[in-house]
Design a binder for this molecule. Structure first.
Ligand code: HEM
Length: 403
């Protein structure tokens, strides 16, 4: 009956630490175990205990109730507010006003406008990589490609990507590891970088319809321009929300394709299948495995007494693999009819702003990669490790024949 041992308010208690590194896919197995133990559990492995909501229907319901489950907390395992994230930390109606202003730069049409640049940049990176016969997927491609594309989306020089990657790596090593001092230093460097770019747009505005930073400095909400501090928070949030996630998605997807040659062959034979494959792989490998929320009023949530102020974990990954929603949930099925119902991008008002961009980048990366490198395998017998907190592969050495 219990996930670990004991109960709290009738809910089984979880003491498994989801913040630590484990062999690849172990987190999913643990999350499956917890979901099957009960729909709501009590987690007691962090300084601030929290409620874990594990099943698809309940997770979706809570994501769609921002009046009850507020976004003051975005990570249940660390509810302190280390960095100001915008629009993430806002609740409606303030959240709605800012999202409205940001949405159009991340709409499907906006993403399509970037397509020629994304394809040519990806092709150039892979033309350089393919003759090498091997690489570390994570450090040689998966972080570099989304970083460059992020800069392009914001209208910043793609050539700054190399410098940016070192800051991004330092920030994430701090977010999900121990080196918080180094993370704050890199955060400071990126703040200076964006500050200078915003000064530039104030001095010399560009086309507001196509240049994100010009739009940011000129936009008004309730007749007022954004404060500089908030503009910077938006830029830094986009960086924090968009880069580690896309890198991680690429690493899990390529791990799957390297270890499942029959699935890989499906897209090598017919690249038109790539978008469907991406959707199903996003469902199968959710890397933001939980969304944190703070309870805003006393509530009885499906029999669990939650008090205002309690921290809640909405289990995106356990929901994506819930057999009550998805048949044979731990397997890849290219033609799964409801794959797109996954919660990898969240749901409700905070649903991922960058999801169209992410899907597009992933599809282009898969298409261009398999055009050049159709057959490859994992190039190590060492265990592949995944980071806790928010999943990513630490490294993924691949090798292939060079003809
Ligand atoms: C595979 C890649 C990605 C995954 C799995 C992902 C996942 C998520 C999830 C689960 C949320 C919901 C957080 C919540 O409910 O509190 C979210 C929000 C967000 N994402 Fe993504 N994301 C990805 C890529 C991106 C990209 C490329 C960008 C932009 C460059 C981005 C920007 C954002 C922003 C700004 C939010 C906050 C939205 C809000 O609070 O209104 N994400 N993402």
């Amino acid at each position: 009956m219990t996930a670990d041992q004991g109960t709290n308010a009738g809910c089984p208690v979880v003491r498994t630490d989801y913040r630590i590194d484990r062999p690849v896919h172990e987190h999913y197995a643990l999350l499956n175990r917890d979901r099957e133990a009960a729909p709501i559990l009590r987690a007691e492995f962090t300084p601030v205990p929290f409620w874990m909501v594990t099943r698809y229907a309940d997770v979706l319901e809570a994501l769609q109730e921002p009046d009850t489950f507020g976004n003051e907390v975005v990570n249940a395992m660390d509810p302190r507010r280390g960095f100001d994230l915008l629009p993430q930390l806002l609740d409606p109606p303030e959240h709605t006003k800012l999202r409205k202003q940001l949405n159009r730069f991340f709409s499907p049409a906006a993403v399509r406008r970037l397509e020629p640049l994304v394809v040519s940049h990806c092709a150039a990176m892979l033309d350089e990589l393919a003759p090498r016969g091997g690489c570390d997927m994570v450090s040689d491609f998966a972080i570099r490609f989304p970083t460059d594309m992020f800069l392009a989306t914001l209208g910043l020089p793609v050539e700054d990507g190399k410098q940016f990657v070192t800051w991004v790596e330092a920030v994430f090593a701090g977010f999900f590891g121990s080196n918080l001092q180094e993370a704050h230093r890199a955060w400071g460097k990126m703040t200076d970088y964006f500050d200078a770019a915003l000064d530039d747009r104030l001095r010399a505005p560009r086309d507001r319809e196509s240049d994100f930073l010009t739009h940011l400095v000129l936009m008004t909400i309730d007749g007022e321009p954004l404060r500089r501090k908030d503009m910077l928070s938006v830029c830094l949030t986009l960086m924090a929300a968009g880069l580690d996630t896309t890198r991680s998605a690429l690493s899990y997807i390529f791990h799957h394709l390297a270890t499942h040659p029959a699935d890989r062959q499906l897209i090598v034979d017919d690249p038109a299948r790539v978008p469907r494959a991406v959707e199903e792989l996003l469902r199968l490998y959710p890397l933001v495995f939980q969304d944190g929320r703070k309870v805003r009023r006393d509530v009885d949530f499906h029999g669990c007494p939650m008090d205002a102020g309690d921290v809640v974990w909405l289990g995106l990954a356990s929901a994506n693999r819930d057999p009550r929603k998805f048949d044979d949930p731990d397997a890849f099925h290219l033609d799964r009819p409801n794959a797109a119902h996954h919660l990898s991008f969240g749901a409700g008002v905070h649903r991922c702003l960058g999801m169209h961009l992410a899907r597009h980048e992933l599809a282009i990366a898969l298409t261009e990669w398999h055009r050049r490198i159709p057959h490859y395998e994992i190039a190590t017998t060492d265990p592949i490790m995944e980071r806790g907190g928010q999943l990513t592969l630490r490294s993924l050495p691949l090798r292939w024949d060079v003809g």
